[in-house]
Design a protein around this ligand. Structure first.
Ligand code: GDP
Ligand code: MG
Length: 370
């Protein structure tokens, strides 16, 4: 959340990105709507538009993450890609996630977890693919706003009988802003009225052109009802992942992102996480924002107890002191004492922010709300 883009800032203050861009241009700064604004630029703009902005040091918020950050070279290994599905309402995001989950995830081994698990992993050609099972722009933007760029590839679902709609365009904007590759799944191919060429033409007009037309985006026709095209979609994901050369170091301490979190009866707070780097193990002491604790148990997406979670992979963590917010970063720390201190700091920080809320819009808050 240290940074905010031109169009995001424009949205927050109810202006057009073009107004921001031309203001900056007159001040001698050349920007596009996807560029990040630095602290100085924001203060100048705030002045120009007569709004009050307080820049806060977002750093202290993520002290425990900062302490983690320098990466060991030489020990990197391939990791599973993390996928988010976005698209217009009713175009089939949930159906597609459900189809992939039920056709590819082994069931009947449930450890009795009753809550929805916000991410799952499937196997294909001896590789793993992680799907974040909380579709929609909110989850994606909320996580990005917290600086948790967990998604490697975005799949945009467009119904073949309905074509490009406002939320399709929004999804494209979000994926572009996050700078992640887009794969287009043209869904509902089983329908009589399916018109994939219409979808291809509409998207090409938006700069998303299929490879078969000389563009650089993979399009695949699918049906969440019949399963048509879904194996192909998984293969395209693996190809795209290969191009991205996704790597992490499984020998280090874990760093993860909270996808969702809730209170589970008999278990206390549980959180679905995706590990970004390192390996998370039972017994690790972790902190995730104001939540902290010793990992009492780890569960896979079916609720089965596991002992560790590798980079790119999802799971459920039991043992946190409280429910953690989606998008919060979770990091292993050296001791219970450190965990408690970080959590307390985070708590104080949020309280401080709450106190200043009534009079001022903080930069941090601006970015948290996009
Ligand atoms: P979401 O809002 O994007 O999550 O869309 P849903 O998954 O809830 O689907 C919206 C509606 O479209 C539901 O009635 C689904 O049954 C239907 N639907 C989704 N995928 C397909 C498909 O591939 N073929 C057909 N015929 N209907 C679909
Ligand atoms: Mg849905």
């Amino acid at each position: 959340p240290e940074e905010i883009r031109v169009y995001e800032f424009a949205e927050m203050i109810n202006k057009q990105p073009s107004e921001i861009i031309s203001k900056l241009f007159m001040l001698g700064m050349l920007t596009t709507k996807n560029d990040f604004l630095d602290k100085d630029a924001i203060e100048i703009l705030a002045d120009e538009f007569g709004i009050e902005v307080e820049t806060v040091n977002a750093q202290e918020e993520f002290d425990y993450v900062k302490a983690y950050d320098d990466d060991d070279e030489g020990e990197l290994q391939e990791r599973a890609p993390v996928i988010t599905i976005m698209g217009h309402v009713d175009h089939g995001k949930t159906s597609l996630l459900d189809y992939i989950r039920s056709s590819r995830v082994v069931h009947g081994e449930s450890g009795g977890i009753t809550q929805h698990v916000g991410a799952y992993m499937v196997h294909k050609n001896n590789k793993n693919i992680t799907f974040i099972d909380t579709p929609g722009h909110e989850a994606f933007t909320q996580m990005r706003a917290r600086g948790a760029e967990v998604t490697d590839i975005v799949i945009i679902v467009v119904a073949a009988d309905d074509g490009v709609k406002p939320q399709t365009k929004e999804a494209i904007e979000h994926a572009k802003a996050a700078d992640v590759p887009i794969i287009i799944a043209i869904n509902k191919m089983d329908k009589e009225a399916a018109n994939p060429d219409m979808v291809k033409t509409q998207l090409s007009d938006l700069g998303i052109m299929p490879t078969e037309w000389g563009g650089s985006h993979e399009f695949v026709g699918v049906s969440a009802h019949t399963g048509q095209g879904i194996e192909e979609l998984l293969e395209i994901i693996l190809l795209q992942a290969e191009i991205l050369e996704l790597e992490a170091n499984p020998t280090r301490d874990a760093k993860a992102v909270v996808i969702e979190s809730s209170l589970e009866k008999g278990r206390g707070p549980v959180a679905t996480i995706v590990v970004q780097n390192g390996t998370l193990r039972v017994g690790d002491t972790v902190v995730a924002g104001v939540a902290y604790g010793k990992v009492r148990a780890l569960l896979d997406h079916a609720g089965k107890a596991i002992t560790s979670i590798k980079p790119g992979e999802p799971g459920v963590i039991v043992g946190l002191s409280e429910v953690a917010e989606a998008g919060e970063k979770l990091v292993k720390v050296e001791s219970d004492k450190a965990a408690r201190e970080y959590a307390q700091k985070r708590h104080d920080y949020l309280r401080q922010k709450e106190l200043s809320r009534s009079t001022k819009v903080t930069l941090d808050e601006l970015s948290q709300r996009i």
